[in-house]
Design a protein around this ligand. Sequence first.
Ligand SMILES: O=P(O)(O)OC[C@H]1O[C@H](OP(=O)(O)OP(=O)(O)O)[C@H](O)[C@@H]1O
Ligand SMILES: Nc1nc2[nH]cnc2c(=O)[nH]1
Length: 183
Amino acid sequence: MDQDVKQVLYTREQIAERVAQIGEALTQQYASVVERGEQVVLVSVLRGAALFMADLAREMDIPVEMDYIAISSYGSGAKSSGVVRMIKDVSSDISGKHVIIAEDILDSGLTLSYLLKNLASRGPASLTVVTLLRKQTRAQAQVECAHVGFECPDEFVVGYGLDYAERYRNLPYIGILKPEVYQ
Ligand SMILES: O=P(O)(O)OC[C@H]1O[C@H](OP(=O)(O)OP(=O)(O)O)[C@H](O)[C@@H]1O
Ligand SMILES: Nc1nc2[nH]cnc2c(=O)[nH]1
């Protein structure tokens, strides 16, 4: 798989360090909520963010529920179809809980703005977005994030959960895919 990557953007070590920092910040941020006996739920946006949430949860020193939602707008290509579809809903009731959405990448913002609207309608105590990567240049929908791992260049990236046509998700680093692979 390495031969299809034009440039490594974030190494395994850099990702681990940043995820640990975000986990620590979230631990502090939600400490009082947990002390009050309220529930915190991490919601991962499948499939890309599964790896990020698994690592993030282990860097958080507070009890958290883990849940999963599946959304798709990219199909098997490198461009958003513009149509966001929910494929799988969360398994538990989120009303009254503090929801932290863990996303792998914020690109056009279509996925997260759809998700925020959808989850907000269920009455969570709070709703926060944490994204590992953010591409700012192409943002179409404004989405506020509590934490951003890395500001990412406007290139198609793969690895650490991010795929192209279901490949490359298991690369331990994040890199720019060679355009000839998807053009
Ligand atoms: O800000 P946007 O332009 O909406 O893009 C971000 C979304 O695109 C990718 O999902 P994808 O639809 O490829 O599904 P996947 O997570 O299963 O790979 C990624 O995992 C984000 O969820
Ligand atoms: N794999 C991958 N999925 C995306 N979804 C939105 N932007 C990207 C990207 O750069 N890479």
